[in-house]
Design a protein around this ligand. Sequence first.
Ligand code: FMN
Length: 221
Amino acid sequence: MNILVIYAHPYDGSFCKGILDTIVPKMEKRGANVKVIDLVKMNFDATMRPEDLKATVTKTYTQEVQQEQKNILWADAIVTICPVWFGSVPGFLKAYFDKVFITGFGYDYTGGLLQNKRVFSLFTFGSKDPYLSLANQYKSIEYLWDNIFSMVGFKDIAVKYFTNVPRTTDEVRAKYLIEAIEFVNQIFDKELGEIGQIGAGELLVKLVIEGKLEMPKVKKI
Ligand SMILES: Cc1cc2nc3c(=O)[nH]c(=O)nc-3n(C[C@H](O)[C@H](O)[C@H](O)COP(=O)(O)O)c2cc1C
């Protein structure tokens, strides 16, 4: 089992780093080959440049994107760890998927080119309920993840939320770390497809494949 961990947080003192340091050894202990990529430390270029977008036609990718596409193909499961910023994921994590899953590699107007993969995502929030529900922050994450991962063919999209992280007690944070381990244990304990997708993604892909719904085409450059 190959697991690619995509870590998206700029600060080593963060709770996200605590999650990273907790789950990686646990997944290795369960026999997985784990590769961690730290988007900030590797200085991932989060700008979609003309050559990146042209790759939808040319299929010529920058070296950085090519390397990440290799990582994605290698992985049976992807784990993402990030904070929630303005009701979404940090822009540089979204940019990673924009650039790496680009049309022709991940997205393909049908059911996606990255079949039979799974994503397990852990998100930290500064706020808590009822604010997060009222502000549709969970939904916002789920719509985004559904649109990214179901569109490229992923079978399982699993999300785990940790709320009120900076203000809660150490006891709760310790409990969160146990929950993080239990969450990633599902990679080993649940069959491919058992978790499924979050919402409309599966239905949407089915309608496209059956020719009942036409996906908007990207304008050729
Ligand atoms: C730019 C920015 C935007 C933020 N927006 C939100 C938000 O929309 N919802 C929320 O619950 N917390 C928000 N926060 C707080 C962070 O999510 C929180 O501090 C973080 O998840 C705590 O975990 P960490 O120690 O891993 O960073 C924001 C923080 C920053 C820096």
